[in-house]
Write a protein that binds this ligand. Structure first.
Ligand code: NAD
Length: 423
C-alpha cells in the first residue's frame, strides 16, 4: 500500500474517523474537511541584485465557529496549498482541545529562507502582509511564527499591517512578537515547554521515571531545543539527537553523547553554525541507528512525515510525544499502535504554542503583562486539564490517545457550529 504522505489526507482521515464514531451530522465532516477560506497569492519581491523574484504564498482560515482563526506562517521550500490547509485544520483542533476561543488558521511562503538576505526576508514578509491584510485582524485571523519565522518576521508583519490599517495599533493581530512590541514572556519557549508537560503527564500514566529514561529527540529548532532544555530542567538526560544533514542520503544524521547533551553547548554551536552536523561534543551515528534505539521516550520535533511505515517497523519505544505537526504517517501510526506504542498526538503535545499565543493576545487586549512564572503556571495547568480530558475520553471510548484528542476537539467545534445554525 502506498504511504499517505499528503498530510491533508492524513488530517481528513482522522477527522472522518472521529465524526463517524460520534455519529455526528454529516455536515460536520463536510465543513471540517476543507477550510472556510483559502488565499493563494503571488508575491513579486525586489531582490538585492535588482532582479524581481515571484514567491507563492498561502493563508488558510479553516474554521471560525469558536473564534478568530489563529495559526503560524512558515517559510519553507516545501510549502504547498494542501500542507497549509492541513496545518490550519490541526490549529482548529488544538483550540478545540484547549477550550480557547479560536478557530484554526495557517499560512506559508514557498521559499528556502537560508538563501535570502535579511533585507529580502523583510521585503518578502511585507509583501505577504500586503497581499492578505484585509483578511487579518485581532478578531479575524491572527498569524504567529512557525518553521523558519520568528519575532523579527512578526515585527515586519505588524509594522506593515499597521501602515495599511490606518495606523491602528491592533497589536493582538500577531502573536509571537518580541517583548518590546507586546510579546508575552514564555511564548518563544512555549511549545517545547508544553511538550515536556505532556511528556511528564504520560510518564506518570506509563510509570516511566524521567530521570532514568532513555530519550531521543529529532530536530533542534524551536520545538526540539526547548523540549531538550525543559527535559534537562526536569532531571532527564538526553543522549540521542537526530538532526537535519543535507549531506546524508536520507537528509538526517544521528548524534550520540555518552554523558548527555548540554542545552547551552548545543544552542551556542547552533547559533554560530546554523547546523549541528559537525557538533564536536558528540559521536555521529546513522539515522537508522537512531530510529532503531530502544528509547523509553521519542520526541519527533522536526517536520511532517518523519516516521514512515519503514521507520515505524524499526521503532522499539514505549512513548512518542509528537513535537512536530504530523510527524507520523497514518500507516506508520497503525504499525506503532499494533506494537503498543503510546503516542501523545501533535494537536495535544505541541498545543503549548497556540496556548501562550492566546495568553499574549489576552495581555494585548488588557495592556497588562504577566511574569514568566505566571505564564508557565497557567500553561502547565491548562495543558494538564486538556491532557486529563483526552485520557478520560480514550478510556470512555476505548480508543487511542490520538483518536480521543480528535473526538474531544471535534465535539466542541460541532457544538459551536450547531449553535450558530450551520446545520
Ligand atoms: P524550526 O524551523 O525552528 O526547526 C525545525 C527543525 O527541523 C530544525 O532542527 C531543522 O534543522 C529541522 N529540519 C528542517 N528541514 C528538515 C528536513 N527536511 N529533514 C529533517 N529535519 C529538518 O521549526 P519549529 O518551530 O521547531 O517547528 C518544528 C515542528 O513543530 C513543525 O512541524 C512545526 O509546525 C511544529 N510546531 C511548531 C510550533 C512553534 O511554536 N514553533 C508550535 C506547534 C508546532
Amino acid at each position: 500500500m502506498a504511504e499517505t504522505l499528503n498530510i491533508l489526507e492524513s488530517a481528513r482521515l482522522e477527522i472522518k474517523k472521529a465524526c463517524n464514531l460520534l455519529k455526528l451530522n454529516p455536515a460536520c465532516y463536510d465543513i471540517l474537511k476543507d477550510p472556510l477560506r483559502v488565499m493563494e497569492t503571488s508575491l513579486p519581491v525586489k531582490m538585492d541584485d535588482g532582479s524581481t523574484k515571484v514567491f507563492k504564498a498561502y493563508r488558510s482560515a479553516h474554521n471560525w465557529a469558536l473564534g478568530p482563526c489563529k495559526g503560524g506562517v512558515r517559510f519553507h521550500e516545501n510549502v504547498s496549498l494542501d500542507e497549509v490547509k492541513a496545518l490550519s485544520m490541526w490549529m482548529s483542533l488544538k483550540a478545540g482541545l484547549l477550550n480557547i476561543p479560536y478557530g484554526g488558521g495557517k499560512g506559508g511562503i514557498c521559499t528556502d529562507p537560508s538563501e535570502l538576505s535579511d533585507r529580502e526576508i523583510e521585503n518578502l514578509s511585507r509583501a505577504y502582509i500586503r497581499s492578505i491584510y484585509k483578511y487579518l485582524g485581532e478578531r479575524i485571523d491572527i498569524p504567529a511564527p512557525d518553521m523558519n519565522t520568528n519575532g523579527k518576521v512578526m515585527s515586519y508583519f505588524l509594522d506593515e499591517y499597521e501602515k495599511l490599517n490606518g495606523e491602528k495599533q491592533d497589536i493582538g493581530t500577531f502573536t509571537g512578537k518580541p517583548l518590546v512590541l507586546g510579546g508575552s514572556l514564555g511564548r518563544n519557549e512555549a511549545t517545547g515547554f508544553g511538550v515536556v508537560v505532556a511528556t511528564k503527564f504520560a510518564c506518570q500514566k506509563l510509570d516511566i521515571n524521567l530521570a532514568d529514561a532513555k530519550i531521543g529527540i529529532q530536530g533542534f529548532g524551536n520545538v526540539g531545543s526547548f523540549s531538550l532544555k525543559y527535559l534537562l530542567d526536569n532531571g532527564a538526560k538526553i543522549q540521542y539527537l537526530c538532526i537535519h544533514d543535507r549531506k546524508s542520503p536520507s537528509g538526517l544524521s544521528g548524534l550520540y553523547s555518552k554523558e548527555g547533551f548540554s542545552y547551552e553547548q548545543l544552542s551556542a554551536y547552533y547559533q554560530d553554525h546554523k547546523t549541528l552536523v559537525d557538533f564536536p561534543n558528540a559521536v555521529k551515528i546513522s539515522d537508522t541507528k537512531f530510529w532503531s534505539e530502544k528509547f523509553d521516550i521519542l520526541i519527533p520535533a522536526a517536520i511532517e512525515n518523519s516516521i514512515t511505515s519503514e521507520i515505524a517497523k524499526k521503532i522499539q519505544v514505549k512513548l512518542i510525544v509528537e513535537g512536530a505537526n504530523g510527524p507520523i504517517t497514518p500507516e506508520a501510526d497503525e504499525i506503532l499502535k499494533d506494537n503498543n506504542v503510546v503516542i501523545i498526538p501533535d494537536i495535544l503535545a505541541n498545543s503549548g504554542g497556540v496556548l501562550v499565543s492566546y495568553y499574549e493576545w489576552v495581555q494585548n487586549q488588557y495592556g497588562y503583562y504577566w511574569d514568566i512564572k505566571e505564564v508557565q503556571e497557567k500553561q502547565e495547568k491548562d495543558m494538564q486539564t486538556a491532557l486529563k480530558r483526552v485520557f478520560e475520553t480514550a478510556d470512555k471510548y476505548q480508543v487511542s490517545i490520538r483518536e480521543a484528542a480528535y473526538i474531544t476537539a471535534i465535539k466542541r467545534i460541532d457544538e459551536a457550529m450547531q449553535l450558530r445554525g450551520w446545520y
